[in-house]
Design a protein around this ligand. Structure first.
Ligand SMILES: C[S@@+](CC[C@H](N)C(=O)[O-])C[C@H]1O[C@@H](n2cnc3c(N)ncnc32)[C@H](O)[C@@H]1O
Length: 167
């Protein structure tokens, strides 16, 4: 392993193994011969992020059991490549989707409670969006009206274009 790390190109070429496992360039990373520890110690200090502050400002209940961002971040970086699809079947406030987006993965979120999904949208709109517009988006989701977030644009703090193509 030490020889390989000192001169990776002399010892292997990134390729797919017969098992289907893809040996990528990162195989040559020096982790001291070990995969990262499976004990994750993460402080849960996210009490003032845009998600919670928007929930609070609108008098809505934030999800009570949110992941700290470092938890999905660890697994997404460890197990997926950019553009892969990450699915969280118990999405809650969809921290997983938010991190997947930052990490340039695609994502799907399943959640039983619509209000949790509706408030999770606050993770995906620009924080400078006026509160009243965030509320409208939330209410549309609660009414099962689709919202195309690619149409949410801000110019300074004024909102343009987002109601036009909803069904
Ligand atoms: C611990 S929370 C997940 C919190 C999430 N990791 C976050 O960061 O916000 C589990 C979620 O699973 C949802 N849930 C429970 N049963 C479900 C089901 N059968 N299908 C989809 N979601 C479900 C609950 O409503 C709850 O929001």
């Amino acid at each position: 392993m030490k020889k390989l790390i000192s001169n990776p190109e002399a010892h292997y070429h990134p390729q797919k193994r017969p098992s289907g496992h893809e040996i990528s360039k990162s195989f040559a990373k020096d982790n001291g011969g070990a995969i990262p520890s499976n004990l994750l110690q993460i402080p849960n200090t996210d009490s003032n992020g845009p998600y919670l502050s928007t929930c609070k400002a609108l008098g809505l209940k934030g999800h009570p059991a949110r992941f700290p961002s470092q938890l999905p971040e660890f697994f997404i970086r460890f197990l997926t490549e950019p553009n892969d699809v990450v699915l969280d079947i118990f999405a809650g406030s969809n921290m997983t989707g938010a991190v997947a987006e930052v990490e340039k993965r695609q994502w799907l979120a399943f959640e039983l409670q619509k209000d949790y999904l509706a408030t999770s949208v606050f993770r995906f709109v620009p924080n400078v969006l006026p509160l009243e517009n965030k509320k409208q988006i939330y209410e549309q989701i609660m009414l099962d009206i689709g919202v195309d977030l690619t149409k949410v644009q801000t110019q300074g703090t004024s909102l343009s274009l987002w109601r036009d193509e909803i069904q």
